[in-house]
Each structure stands twice: as structure tokens, then as C-alpha cells.
Ligand binder design. Sequence first.
Ligand code: F6P
Length: 299
Amino acid sequence: MLEDETMELTISSTRDLLHRGGTILGTSRTNPYKTEDGVGPTLDTLARKRIDALIAIGGEDTLGVAAKLGGEGVSVVGVPKTIDNDLSATDVTFGFDTAVQVATDAIDRLHTTAESHDRVMVCEVMGRHAGWIALHSGLAGGADVILIPEVPFDVDEVCARITHRHRGGEAFSIVVVAEGAVPREGTMATQSGELDEFGHVRLGGIGTELAPEIQSRTGFDTRVTILGHVLRGGTPTAFDRILATRFGLEAIDAVHEGDFATMVALHGVDIVRVPIDDAVRELKTVPPELMESASVFFG
Ligand code: F6P
């Protein structure tokens, strides 16, 4: 929209999309409100192409821009798509299930070396400022320690848990750390990253900082694997394909009914529509009680 680069989506151009991840449109992390000419060119393109409605598919950034465009009079319907699962007003976003499955498979594979080489394996997963991917993949993969942004960690406590486990006879440990996890103040030095167009700090690398700390404080051989963009690629799970299909059908119905400034959402087993503003007002993070109940498996 920003550069007036458009393509017609027809039945044949969208055929066989079901098993593909990502986007065929070539859209990327760009904030039209942050460009030199502001949002004007975007609004011009929509008017020139006589676009009746804009269906925005994405996470908090994309839908945040969509909500703003709605405020400028554009007819928008949002579809929640992000691996981070951090959008309010929907139980799940599509992409999340796939990312959790990929991370779980990776953790299963890391077990092999952890067990054969008596190692601590640190596995870093994406998820930005929400610990959903780390918590779900860590639980599914049987991690011994899960570190999420919502609960700042104390590296000494992490090491104590690992040491306690090894003294109890285990020879390896798996630590799943969310890229946005942060040490409790004053417990471990970390580096801060650059900001992207939406003002988010570019994350990634906490695992690299954590692994040597664990090794030096416990004496156990420790390695790190950063899954990064691997979580965002490849074929989607059946759950995500069905969710995306159901969201798509509902979004088209919303357009035909003129029900704008809404986002389609999953509530329980039902697809519903919610005000798009409700989805982007605040991040949906892991509630402390969920982490608390999961912690029974740690260490
Ligand atoms: O929001 C999805 C996400 O994959 C986050 O989990 C991650 O922090 C970010 O995008 C990475 O973005 P980029 O590829 O622009 O660095």
C-alpha cells in the first residue's frame, strides 16, 4: 500500500497456500506512520485502487497500524497472526501452534546430545515480550527450567535448580529461555539491542549470555541453540491451517456485512468478532498463576 505495489488475489493465485507459511505478498515490518511522507501515500493507494476494505493479517504492530487506519476512516478487519500469541481478545493467534511444535521437536532433538554428553542444553525461542512459546514448548518438551519475560530470573537460582537436579542423579538438563527473558536486576549483565520501526528492541541472544554463566557457576558443560526464525518458517500445523481458514471465512463475512474496526478471534471453540482496539490495547502475556502451576515440573 505504501509503495502502491499491488497484486490481484484470485482463486488460482491463492491455490495451494494452505501448506505454506509466511506471506506471498512480500509485506514486511514497515510502519507507514514512521515513513517520511507519513500515512498519506497509503491512504492515497487505497483510494486510487478503490479498495472497499482492508483485511490486515498480523500481530500487534500490523493490527495496531490497522486500528489507526480505521481511525482515519479506512474500513478494516483484522486477522490475528503471530507466533508470539500475544494479542489480547483472542484465545490463540495462528502461527503459534506451529512455532510451539517446531520448538518442541527441536527440544526433543536436543535431549539426544544432552543425555549422551551429560550436558546442560540452553534452547532460546522467540516470542518477543511474551513467554507463550517458551512455556508451551518447554512444557511439551519436558524442560527442566523455563525462563520467560514475565518473570525476571535469578541466574543463581537457575544454577541451584540445575545443580540440585544433577545431585539427584540426573546427568543433563534442558533450559528453555524466551528471547525476551531478563535477569533480575543486578544478577547478570546483558546487552541491549537496537530498535525496529515500531520501537521494539530487536531481541535474540540471551541464551548466548546465559549458557557461559551456567557453565562457569555450575561447572557443567553447557551449550546453546538459538532457534530464531526457524520457528517462523516451513509448513504450518493442521491446527494453524484450520484456524487460519476459519479466521479467513469470518473476515470475509465481516467485510460483506460492513462490520469494520473489528478483528476475528477464537473464543473457546467459536470464531467471533471483537473490536480491533481491544486486541491491541495491551499485550497478552503469560499470567503468573499459569507459570506457577507449570513450575511443579521444573528442576
Ligand atoms: O513477532 C514475531 C517475531 O518472530 C518475534 O518473536 C521476534 O522477536 C521478531 O518477530 C523478530 O523479528 P525480525 O525478524 O524482524 O527480527
